[in-house]
Design a protein around this ligand. Structure first.
Ligand code: ZN
Length: 146
């Protein structure tokens, strides 16, 4: 697989290895992809969807892996709507450092719930903010909705 790099230290690969840990931020594990909370969320309910495969670009995976990612995106929106009643969503992928990828070696899709009156899409994916809801609370809301 071209473009695959070392898994050591990759937060997505570590998240899957430690899925049973009490501090795990994993919301849902599907066949090819998993859903997890962003440890440095922009908003409450900021989730990410990533493949189990450690690859830097969606170009490097089979179509069925991407298809499942989109199904999880759809379910994510439904779950976040139910749990947080947002006014809208941003979804996006940063491929490469120059595009703002924090972890460029393992591609992932951000899904961020938005409420009326708060900032732009670019700042959503570029900044992180500390917000009050405990991760355990977010997990308990979202897990049953997947
Ligand atoms: Zn990885």
């Amino acid at each position: 697989m071209t473009g695959a790099t070392q898994k050591g230290g990759c937060v997505f690969c570590l998240a899957i290895e430690n899925a049973d840990h009490p501090d795990s931020l994993i919301v849902h594990q599907a066949r090819h992809n998993f859903v997890l909370l962003n440890r440095y969320p922009y908003n409450n309910g900021h989730i990410m969807i990533a493949p189990y495969k450690h690859v830097s670009s969606p170009v490097e995976v089979e179509p069925e892996i991407l298809e499942e990612m989109m199904v999880l995106f759809q379910r994510g929106i439904q779950a976040l709507r139910t749990a947080y009643k947002p006014d809208g969503f941003n979804m996006g992928m940063n491929l490469g450092k120059c595009a703002g990828a924090g972890i460029e070696e393992h591609y992932h899709l951000h899904v961020v719930p938005r409420w009326n009156g708060v900032t732009s899409f670019m700042s959503t994916l570029a900044e992180t903010r500390v917000i009050p809801e405990d991760f355990s609370v977010t997990l308990s809301k979202l897990k049953p909705l997947f």
